[in-house]
Design a protein around this ligand. Structure first.
Ligand code: TYD
Length: 140
């Protein structure tokens, strides 16, 4: 499956607490054009239910706990983001759902492109058709 779990560099600061950071192009396989975050979501809520045609993203949860469900049309995997030091890089073409495990968890996303609704596939049957055609041209 086309994703990678990464450890976000974290330092124990002189003052109380830890500080995590990542640096565009050093840490990532893409340069960051957009950052967005999803918040004020109650526990048990689910979001996502889409794939991207070209967008690359890095997801991380600086506060709380969110489960990411990934599906490539053949297999499903789930990744728990409940640690601010962990991120996942998602390659294009993965269907994803997210479930909020704890009220008000925050999901942050660093993305390779500006927002473009045309990059989304929001219908699962359309997604299956899309990857079928995609795989014809390119052996993955
Ligand atoms: P969406 O990506 O569907 O959210 P989720 O995957 O969490 O369910 O986006 C929700 C709405 O927000 C949708 O109407 C598009 C809008 N939106 C923007 O305007 N800009 C953005 O950068 C993003 C990610 C979404």
């Amino acid at each position: 499956m086309q994703y990678e779990v990464i450890e976000i560099k974290t330092v124990q600061t002189e003052k109380e607490g830890q500080l995590s950071f990542f640096e565009g192009e050093k840490t990532f396989p893409f340069s960051i054009k957009r950052i967005y975050y999803i918040h004020h979501v109650p526990a048990e809520a689910r979001r996502g239910a889409h794939a991207h045609k070209t967008l690359e993203q890095m997801l991380f949860c600086p506060y709380g706990s969110v489960t990411i469900f990934l599906n490539n049309g053949e297999n499903e995997e789930e990744i728990l983001l409940d640690n601010p030091n962990i991120g996942i890089i998602l390659k294009p073409g993965l269907w994803r759902d997210m479930r909020w495990n704890i009220d008000n968890s925050v999901l942050c996303v660093a993305a390779s492109q500006y927002y473009d609704e045309n990059d989304y596939i929001r219908d699962y049957d359309e997604y299956l058709e899309y990857i079928k055609n995609d795989k014809k041209g390119e052996i993955k």
